[in-house]
Ligand binder design. Structure first.
Ligand SMILES: [Zn+2]
Length: 465
């Protein structure tokens, strides 16, 4: 297994398919995290400088990292290592790992580890370009590497397959490096029969909560799950799950869905980051290009290779800036669910919105937010007032579009258009569709997929009515 690393233009070293897969999954996982689960749906995120760590339940099993035997007594300044908080990390040199706990904040962790606040701010500054430290959740692992009384390196491990590394550079700042592990993707077919609800029956057949929710979210415009889906309807879901050294990383993607209703089949097939029905019609809603109505001057372009003019450190500009007077209305560029409303020392007040499985947008340096975390928004809906918060040299809006976890140039990216596939694309889709259908429908393929299922206890349960 090899770690593939690529600064700034991360994931470029991965084969395209894997990039898409991995990123689709990351997006899926995030989406799942933000799908409102009944009572906690509309809870406003407190705005605080004290970097909050989301205390939602972890999305997947906490990955386990092997612990190297301690060779000599070691302390992180005065913090004794025998505290379970901090243990030596395998293969990390002088690295010591800390597992994020419920109720932690980044500053609490730094305080506990007796690391200067200045270092935390330097990290947050480097992190402005990825905002990965804002994604910390209980169960994530931080590996601290300290030499010459200074933190030299911080590694944030999101999963067995995904980490972000902050490395100290001369000039007293940090540069980040996002690392994705390719791993191995195993396909699995989950099929079953609906007893009471799709979510319940799906879970019984082996879908996770978020997989079931993601499917209902995706198909909700085509089918009324309460009215149209009946007891006895059958479903098939083709999934891919990622493994590293035979351990599940928690990264999954839904590739094909079929619900066999008495009247008709309801289908969704993943093709180039979007879902289509059997006729190649896009199931996802279109985006608009600009995060506002009217015209504003583009003041700074997307530039993943930008260097800081003074320090020379790589400081990618992962978004597009528009000169906007403080208080100008900002709108969301697509339908989605608000996944974050956060106040950041450098990004200022910012909003992040998840749009389906593959897309995410961010709006930085805002003056005021009109939305809260968990809220559903419609394309073109006013979500905020632009501003000049955080590190900003003048009133402007910094707008980002991410596709499969990767920032792209929002001004030139191929954004989803809710139309049917045509020409070469359609032919490519049809080839992919044939492959999906063979896996869903052929008894032999079904059998093989069932055999390769990683957990026998999650095998299909045939429900007799
Ligand atoms: Zn900007």
């Amino acid at each position: 297994m090899r770690w593939i690393s690529a600064s700034t233009g991360f994931m470029t070293a991965l084969p395209k398919l894997h990039q898409q897969a991995l990123a689709a999954l990351a997006a899926l996982l995030l989406l799942a995290a933000f799908l409102p689960s009944s009572d906690d749906a509309i809870s406003s995120t407190p705005l605080s400088l004290d970097h909050l760590i989301d205390t939602d339940a972890p999305l997947f099993e906490t990955p386990t990292f092997s612990i190297r035997q301690l060779k000599a007594p070691w302390t992180f300044d005065q913090v004794p290592v025998n505290e379970t908080l901090l243990v030596p990390a395998l293969g990390q040199g002088n690295g010591y790992q800390y597992i994020v706990r419920k109720g932690d904040t980044l500053s609490k962790i730094f305080e506990r580890l007796q690391l200067p606040q200045k270092t935390m701010y330097q990290l947050l500054e480097a992190d402005l370009n990825v905002l990965a430290l804002d994604n910390l959740k209980p169960g994530h692992t931080l590996v601290f590497d300290k030499q010459d009384q200074k933190l030299q390196r911080l590694e944030l491990q999101f999963s067995l397959a995904h980490k972000v590394v902050y490395q100290r550079k001369e000039g007293d700042g940090f540069e980040f490096n996002e690392v994705q592990l390719e791993g191995e993707w195993k396909q699995k077919l989950i099929s079953g029969e609906i007893l009471y609800s799709f979510t319940g029956s799906g879970k019984q057949a082996g879908l996770s909560q978020w997989e079931a929710q993601t499917i209902t979210e995706l198909l909700k415009k085509r089918v009324d799950f309460r009215r149209d889906i009946q007891r006895g309807d059958k479903f098939e879901v083709l999934l891919s799950r990622q493994y590293v050294d035979n351990e599940a990383t928690g990264n999954n993607k839904i590739e094909a869905i079929r619900i066999k209703n008495r009247r008709h089949n309801i289908n969704a097939f993943l093709f180039e980051d979007n879902y289509y029905d059997e006729k190649g019609r896009n199931l996802e809603k279109a985006f608009q290009r600009y995060p506002f109505n009217g015209k504003y001057r583009l003041s700074s372009n997307f530039n993943p290779r930008r260097r800081h003019p003074v320090t020379g450190l790589i400081r990618p500009h992962n978004g597009t800036d528009f000169a906007m007077r403080k208080g100008s209305p900002v709108v969301t560029t697509g339908d989605g669910i608000v996944s974050r409303v956060v106040r950041h020392k450098y990004a200022g007040l910012y909003i992040e919105i998840k749009h389906g499985q593959s897309y995410k947008t961010r709006y930085l340096h805002l003056n005021k937010s009109y939305v809260v975390k968990g809220q559903r928004v419609k394309r073109g809906q006013k979500i905020a007032q632009s501003g000049n918060t955080g590190r900003s040299t003048g009133a402007h809006l910094h707008f980002e579009l991410h596709v499969n976890g990767r920032p792209v140039n929002a001004m030139t990216a191929k954004i989803p258009i809710a139309v049917s596939l045509t020409g070469k694309k359609k032919a490519a889709f049809q080839r992919q569709l044939k492959d999906y259908l063979a896996r869903i429908e052929t008894p032999k393929a079904k059998q093989q997929l069932a055999l390769s299922a990683e957990k026998p206890d999650t095998k299909t349960k045939e429900t007799t009515l």
